[in-house]
Design a protein around this ligand. Sequence first.
Ligand SMILES: Cc1cc2nc3c(=O)[nH]c(=O)nc-3n(C[C@H](O)[C@H](O)[C@H](O)COP(=O)(O)OP(=O)(O)OC[C@H]3O[C@@H](n4cnc5c(N)ncnc54)[C@H](O)[C@@H]3O)c2cc1C
Length: 310
Amino acid sequence: MSGSIRNVIIIGSGPAGYTAGLYTSRAMLEPLMFAGYMSGGQLMLTSDVENFPGYPQGIGGPEMMMHLREQAERFGLEVQDRNVERVDLSNRPFKVYSEGEEYLTHSIIVSTGAESIWLGAEGEEAQKGRGISTCATCDGAFFKDEEILVVGGGDSAMEEATFLTRFASKVTLVHRRDVFRASQVMYERAANHEKIEIKTFRQVKQWLSDDSGLTGAILEDPRDGTTEDIAVTGAFIAIGHKPITGFLDGQLDTDDEGYLLHSEHTMTSVPGVFAAGDVVDTRYKQAITAAGLGCQAAIDCERWLEDNVH
Ligand SMILES: Cc1cc2nc3c(=O)[nH]c(=O)nc-3n(C[C@H](O)[C@H](O)[C@H](O)COP(=O)(O)OP(=O)(O)OC[C@H]3O[C@@H](n4cnc5c(N)ncnc54)[C@H](O)[C@@H]3O)c2cc1C
């Protein structure tokens, strides 16, 4: 066992986790954070963040996350850049396991995010967060008057394609089947838009790029393997997100897609365990909303500790 019983362990180091770390450390709770192997979270994947308040010129994602970390550490947040493998929430104090060590804690804030599902097509890795994104709200404005590809067949693909017409000169939406999961109304809004062309039975086989960035993609018809090239300088993959909750082993209630559910304010189905950020957020998925939830979870946690432990 490592050390005495902690007041609070924060799992995850995105905007939600660091904000929770800032608030709980300023409340003198001496929080311990497991930052995970992807320390800093999803914004480490993006070059420019222009919509987080307080940065009039915008800021690089990794730099912003470094600021968040430094700010929380200034007030005493202890950060370990390790993953949590599992937790035991059956009794209090709760048990948290990381790299073979057991940590006891009165409360936990889960802020492990939701990973975007990527295609994994050839050439994708190098363009992630540059020419290829999974968030139109975040990155659409970088593609003014450019031709954009959207991949997906659900409501979010239709919504992203329609939203992107504000910036793009043309949006091509590709889907690997001719049946769409999207609701009829969302599909029609996209299909009837003058800037959107929908191509069915097309999947991305390979991304094309040169020194200037993304230049296009090779699209394949999954029925017969025939291919065609498309020229685009931006692409958005809208095939869903997967909340990161595997290490919880079903001990907290989730919705059908695996997002953690709040039972009272930001508290989960287990009293003393709180959840914040994209891991609970089926709708907004922005740094500022994640940070806002991190603040709420920290305040709820602080009050819960006061009423139940101290
Ligand atoms: C390419 C891209 C660009 C984006 N651009 C913007 C933008 O410009 N503006 C904006 O507002 N939003 C943007 N977003 C969305 C934004 O990144 C997310 O909404 C935000 O990061 C969510 O914060 P979070 O704290 O909930 O989780 P995340 O940032 O996802 O962080 C989750 C953390 O949990 C950790 N973790 C996971 N599992 C474990 C474990 N078992 N043990 C320990 N730690 C664990 C990870 O290491 C990570 O640190 C972008 C997203 C992407 C993918």
